[in-house]
Unconditional design. Structure first.
Length: 474
């Protein structure tokens, strides 16, 4: 039998090597605990979300018109708490890192043609929190030649960015050098009560374990996390690029509002003069989380950049590209804290805002580790009720979103056609997924009365016609 190496018992073992794992480890060390980290230290970190991210610190600009008020209130409160924690956190990390890490404030949010209403909930949330939000002419954006058909531009002077590579470099260095930390440069194969079984045959034991392995979190837990009461952790694969062009020099982040299931097209200026361009978002159910970006994803980014942001980007030099898996769960909110196994915690599902939320999440996890029950009432607690979402609720606006996805890169349809297609897709999805859908019966009635191929355009147009009739009645 092979001899299994057994490391000493830590106060806490943290599994993962992205921003969430390292932020948690650093906070726990700051609070005087001993920490064993299990995750890759070196290498290219393929598939890691953190290193593929633009690192916008989006306090407000991730809000979408479809988000309900309760979700906006909860998420904005957490993002504001993170925003407040950031300067102190960076100062702490900068004591061991040169040059000092800084957040650079200033974000422009563009509403592409036909989407002006996307700016209103962002501006409202900012103003409600006492932060400025000013609408300007897109031609006033410094360094940018925005397309002529941009519907509006919102200036958020307090919404910031950070350099994610410098942040990860500092975090890894601070954690690795800490006298109460040990970094196990391997991966976890399985996590059970008090033990992390590692891929290299060793075992790491700890009083409490925090699994923060991003989109791989479920796969490390018994029965995919169901055994400890967790919902699934999904992966939203995102591709991004780094560009160089002397033509486009931006002092601030420029992004579109969220669209096509993703965080819009965005440009994040880097300190070395390059420009980060992100990002796509595609649910991935495959097991190879280290797959690199596809040509299709990169071509979407290229088209988005030149059609929605600045046509001059088409001639930029490509300096690099990455892809990473954003971890998320069914209600799109983070999963934090104790599972049904009291010694096992998770910190994940940060979706599109993990870098923004990192210091806040680290503090919440450390609170729960040092005082069991501290997160019992927190909206992100891991064991919150998560009923299977109703199809009709999930699919609200799905037709429009699918259309945005299909037309990514600036393609367009005449407005009436777009409305018909979106309406049809909405209805077809509901009918396919067997929701109780009254209007589905109208489609079936029409089909029964004219079961010929020529009925297809009429079927296609029916949902939009029915919507017009209903709207007209009100
Ligand atoms: C293209 C893109 C753009 C984004 N832009 C932004 C942005 O502008 N602002 C923002 O705030 N957020 C952004 N995000 C989201 C953000 O990157 C994530 O929410 C955050 O990085 C998640 O951090 P994490 O540590 O949980 O996961 P990850 O960064 O994915 O890290 C998980 C780590 O766990 C490791 N791991 C996996 N399996 C194991 C195992 N078995 N054992 C040990 N370790 C393991 C992985 O190798 C990886 O290093 C973006 C994401 C993407 C993909």
């Amino acid at each position: 039998m092979p001899v299994t190496a057994m490391s000493e018992r830590y106060d806490v073992a943290v599994v993962g090597a992205g921003v969430i794992a390292l932020a948690c480890a650093e906070e726990l060390l700051t609070r005087g605990l001993s920490v064993g980290i299990v995750g890759a230290y070196a290498g290219d970190h393929a598939g890691q979300a953190t290193r593929a991210a633009g690192a916008m610190l989006s306090t407000f600009s991730e809000i979408e018109p479809g988000h309900d008020n309760q979700r906006i209130a909860v998420e904005t409160a957490e993002r504001l708490a993170a925003h407040a924690a950031y300067p102190g956190w960076l100062e702490r990390l900068s004591r061991h890192h040169a040059p000092a890490l800084t957040m650079v404030p200033g974000t422009w949010v563009l509403a592409p043609a036909g989407r002006h209403e996307h700016l209103a909930p962002i501006a409202a949330a900012a103003r409600e929190a006492g932060h400025p939000a000013e609408e300007h002419d897109a031609r006033q954006i410094p360094g940018l030649q925005a397309p002529a058909d941009i519907a509006g531009a919102l200036w958020l002077p307090t919404e910031a960015r950070i350099d994610s590579a410098a942040l990860m470099d500092a975090l890894a260095r601070v954690v690795r050098r800490h006298p109460r930390a040990e970094w196990h440069d391997t991966t976890a194969a399985q996590v059970t009560t008090g033990r992390v079984r590692c891929a290299d045959g060793s075992e790491v034991r700890a009083k409490q374990i925090v699994v923060a392995a991003g989109s791989a979190t479920s796969s490390l837990l018994s029965d995919g996390g169901r055994a400890v009461g967790l919902p699934p952790v999904l992966a939203g694969r995102g591709a991004s690029m780094v560009l160089h062009t002397p033509a486009v020099r931006l002092p601030y982040v420029v992004r579109t509002s969220n669209a096509a299931f993703a965080c819009g097209a965005h440009l994040v200026p880097r300190a070395d003069g390059s420009l980060y361009l992100g990002a796509t978002n595609r649910l991935t159910t495959g097991h190879d989380h280290t797959r690199t970006a596809t040509l299709d994803e990169l071509s979407v980014l290229v088209r988005e950049a030149s059609m929605l942001l600045d046509a001059r980007l088409a001639s930029a030099e490509l300096r690099g590209y990455r892809s990473g898996n954003r971890p998320y769960t069914l209600d799109h909110l983070p999963l934090l804290g104790r599972t049904a196994d009291p010694s096992l915690l998770v910190a994940t599902a940060t979706y599109r805002c993990g870098i923004m939320l990192a210091p806040r999440i680290a503090a919440l996890i450390a609170d729960e580790i040092t005082t069991a029950g501290a997160l019992d009432d927190h909206p992100y607690r891991a064991l919150r009720p998560m009923p299977t979402p109703q199809i009709s609720k999930v699919l609200h606006g799905a037709g429009d979103a699918l259309l945005e996805h299909l037309l990514q890169g600036g393609a367009s349809l005449p407005a009436p056609m777009a409305e018909q297609l979106a309406g049809f897709v909405d209805l077809a999805l509901r009918a396919l997924l067997h929701d109780d859908c009254a209007s589905g019966s109208a489609l079936r009635r029409l089909w029964r009365s004219v079961p010929v191929i020529e009925a297809v355009p009429a079927l296609f147009a029916l949902p939009a016609r029915m919507k017009d009739t209903t709207d007209g009645r009100h």
